[in-house]
Design a protein. Structure first.
Length: 202
């Protein structure tokens, strides 16, 4: 692995790195159902109606992806399965705790998946997604994977803390603004750290 990076990459990494992650992290496809869930709850104040909207919108998103591209991303299947099971239990049992667990389960599955891929199969998931866009030493790819796994573990725990210690409305707002806001901060922070590292290598 070379330790001297192309000049263009050095100049563009602070901007390109966050965009690379956002582009390649397929779990962001879950954002549309989250937006519709938030909109439905904001208009009605009914979490069960909002859950129904999330179920329908997630299923529609997967269906459109299949008919348009004949392909559905793995994380879209995972998200659909979670919303069908946990959202369905929410509606059938009239118990909002199930839908409140959904983001946590998704975060923890992602974190575990990253670790298993790297440690058990020796395939770094971050490098697999972004290796064509940027070049980094192997130890940094490994650190990125552990950083994302830790972030997902933290986000899953934080979601439960907010869900069961604050009001329903606070949790709905956190699900959209808190989750996406913290993820954006995390991505930007990683870009800054890596750009600083590359500058030290010059």
């Amino acid at each position: 692995m070379r330790t001297v990076f192309p000049f263009v990459l050095q100049r563009r990494l602070p901007r390109a790195f966050p965009l690379c992650i956002i582009e390649h992290m397929k779990f962001l496809s879950d954002l549309l159902p989250v937006l519709l869930f938030f909109a439905a709850y904001s208009l009605t104040g009914n979490i069960y109606l909002a859950t129904g909207v999330a179920i329908v919108s997630t299923a529609a998103q997967v269906g459109i992806s299949w008919f348009k591209h004949r392909k559905v991303e793995p994380m879209q299947w995972v998200s659909l399965a979670l919303i069908l099971v946990l959202g369905g239990l929410t509606l059938v049992l009239h118990d909002k705790r199930f839908i409140m667990w959904k983001p946590t389960v998704l975060y923890w599955l992602l974190g575990a998946g990253f670790l298993i891929s790297d440690l058990a199969f020796r395939k770094n998931p971050i490098k697999a997604m972004m290796g064509k866009q940027i070049e980094l030493p192997e130890r940094l790819w490994a650190k990125l994977t552990f950083a994302w796994s830790g972030f997902f573990a933290f986000m899953g725990a934080l979601n439960l803390f907010v869900a069961f210690n604050f009001s329903e409305a606070v949790w709905v707002n956190f699900k959209l603004f808190g989750g996406m806001g913290l993820m954006l901060v995390f991505v930007l922070a990683q870009g800054m750290v890596l750009s600083r590292y590359i500058q030290e290598k010059n």
